[in-house]
Write a protein that binds this ligand. Structure first.
Ligand code: FAD
Length: 567
């Protein structure tokens, strides 16, 4: 067995993972760091981020206002101590990235420009045109090259976390270029593996966003929190859905219109209109569709996002990617014509349960979309995800470094049995010759999630959805993997990812069925009101061989008592 030793392993080279690596390396050059990723680092999903990143920088803004908007946006499910810390830390990160060379868009007088996104009271979103994620990722990648203690393992697919006595010992990963299973012996692990948007088919998330880290942590014994809260972004490009038409379009002044030419948001959020939070705008669009006020096309229903009044110059300067993507993928130039859109799955509010990045497993830290810390509660505000990746990426890197430096035990070894068990389970999987195709199972999983766990949910549908997911889990036992080769076996990796997603889907589904109220992105037609008496609490899901076991934990309120959420 091939063994690699490092003090800390960071899984994921998105914004959270790379920020964590830099923070750990800056803490001490005595720590050796493995930065592991199933893709090449700059092909992480974070490069897709468009609209920007929130920070209270302006005179008319304040930490208090950013925190309040975040807590209200979360429908009061956020942990307020984490939110208060978060809003205070993010300005330092924005300026640090400015120093490291991130090309933030500027105002005429050279200041960092800020736009407004949904649910925010003021212009608070820093951006680099509509390629914000791309520029942050490249800035961090370049910076990470300065630290010899960071060793990159690109195209290594992690298959398990090794935990003994509730403490991290290491991980196993497939080296994709030759199919070898490798053991990493580590004292600490930071999971920064991103979200699980690919549980759904119509999603703006990249194909790699399959929830691996959540599933790995869950089976290793860490609970998942608030998984029933899946964010639908209001404006996915029709037909593809995979192309996001950024909220920046509405931030720059775009209008949403139905087939009668009405700016229908006046019915749902008369004050904020198109700049209401995402859960509210997504529900509004689906209502327009259900009540017959949308357009019907060969790729399903849609409403229009109209940017024509912004003018070519502004679109080219602020939204160049949106223009390019609309022309390429829908044959529509937004300078002249409105863009067809409908809600698309976008973000996983839930994730690995952690407090300030520390999980219940000693030595296991989490940051970024894989984590539930919980800043976003039941509904994330646009621009807060990248901010979370930077702030808590740094925190996780520092905490992992401190943990490793403080550790007395010098020797740590993964035993051969652990390795052999994992090797056998992978070779059993590869050898499978059943009747079921993992691709078909994935397709049916996506269809079930969309049909039964969409923007609007109800008891009967969700019960049927749970039944279907469980049936898919059974069928998964009988799959076949066509490609038996070693090098870059994408069939095998896809199949493992489908297995992860089936576990997660069951948790989302049962969590949603259990939560008998409507809050943020979880809207039940049979329980249309928020119920603070019974449900102002987090959901926790624990792994058992028979399926998830559910429990709850209280939310942290520091200042803001829940009130009616109006926009
Ligand atoms: C289209 C789009 C636009 C967005 N725009 C914005 C925006 O403007 N502002 C904002 O705040 N948020 C935005 N978001 C959300 C934000 O981009 C993400 O939440 C954030 O980038 C997630 O970063 P991350 O570092 O947690 O993970 P990711 O960037 O998803 O990186 C995950 C990493 O983990 C690795 N990995 C995963 N599984 C494994 C495994 N098994 N083995 C090894 N490696 C693994 C991957 O290779 C990758 O390197 C947007 C999201 C989408 C979909």
């Amino acid at each position: 067995m091939e063994k690699i030793q490092h003090d800390v392993a960071i899984i994921g080279t998105g914004i959270a993972g790379m920020r964590a690596a830099i923070a750990a390396a800056e803490k001490s050059d005595k720590i050796s760091i493995a930065l592991i990723s199933k893709t090449y680092p700059i092909r992480c999903h974070s490069v897709c981020a468009e609209g920007g990143i929130n920070v209270a920088l302006r005179e008319e803004d304040s930490f208090e206002s950013h925190a309040w908007d975040t807590v209200k946006g979360s429908d009061f499910l956020a942990d307020q101590d984490a939110v208060e810390f978060f809003v205070k830390e993010i300005p330092k990160e924005i300026l640090r990235l400015d120093n490291w060379g991130c090309p933030w868009s500027r105002t005429e007088d050279g200041k960092i420009a800020q736009r407004i996104l949904g649910g925010h009271a003021v212009n608070r979103t820093v951006f680099a045109a509509d390629r914000t994620g791309f520029h942050i990722v490249h800035t961090l990648y370049e910076r990470s090259l300065r630290y010899p203690s960071i060793q990159k393992y690109n195209e290594f697919f992690v298959t398990s976390l090794i935990v003994e006595d509730k403490e991290i010992r290491g991980l196993t990963a497939i080296d994709l270029k030759n199919g070898e299973l490798v053991v990493f012996e580590t004292k600490a692990i930071i999971l920064a593996t991103g979200g699980a948007g690919r549980l759904y088919g119509f999603t703006s998330c990249s194909h790699i966003v399959t929830g691996d880290g959540m599933a790995l942590a869950y089976t290793a014994g860490a609970p998942l929190k608030d998984m029933e809260f899946i964010q639908f972004h209001p404006t996915g490009l029709v037909p593809a859905g995979g192309i996001l038409i950024s909220e920046a379009c509405r931030g720059e002044g775009g209008y949403l219109k139905n087939k009668f030419g009405e700016r229908f948001m006046s019915r749902y959020a008369p004050d904020r209109m198109e700049l209401a939070p995402r859960d509210i705008v997504s529900r509004a669009i689906v209502r327009e569709i259900l009540e017959g006020r949308s357009f019907e096309g060969e790729h399903g229903p849609y409403v229009l996002l109209d940017l024509t009044h912004l003018g070519e110059e502004k679109i080219n300067e602020r939204l160049p990617l949106i223009r390019e993507a609309s022309i390429k993928f829908a044959g529509i130039d937004p300078v002249n014509e409105p863009i067809p859109v409908r809600p698309t799955v976008h973000y996983t509010m839930g994730g690995v349960h952690a407090s300030f990045t520390e999980t219940p497993i000693k030595g296991l830290f989490v940051a970024g979309e894989v984590a539930c810390l919980s800043i976003h509660g039941a509904n994330r505000l646009g621009g807060n995800a990248l901010a979370e990746c930077l702030v808590f990426g740094k925190v996780s890197g520092e905490k992992a470094a401190e943990y490793v430096l403080g550790k007395m035990r010098k020797e740590w070894h993964v035993n051969r049995e652990t390795y052999e068990k994992e090797e056998k389970s992978l070779s059993d999987l590869l050898g499978k010759e059943g009747d079921e195709s993992p691709y078909e199972i994935k397709k049916e999983l996506n269809a079930a999630m969309e049909r039964y766990f969409g923007v609007f949910r109800n008891e009967d549908d969700m019960k049927e959805g749970v039944r279907r997911i469980r049936r898919l889990k059974e069928r998964y036992q009988n799959i076949s993997i066509d490609d038996k080769s070693n090098a870059f076996n994408t069939d095998l990796i896809f199949t493992i990812e489908v297995g992860y997603m089936l576990d997660l889907a069951e948790i989302v589904a049962i969590g949603a069925l259990n939560r008998k109220e409507s809050r943020g992105a979880h809207y039940r037609l049979d329980y249309p009101k928020r119920d603070d008496v019974n449900w102002l609490k987090h959901t926790l899901a624990y792994y058992t061989k028979e399926g998830p076991r559910f429990d709850h934990t209280p939310i942290t309120i520091t200042k803001w008592k829940p009130v009616e959420r109006k926009y």
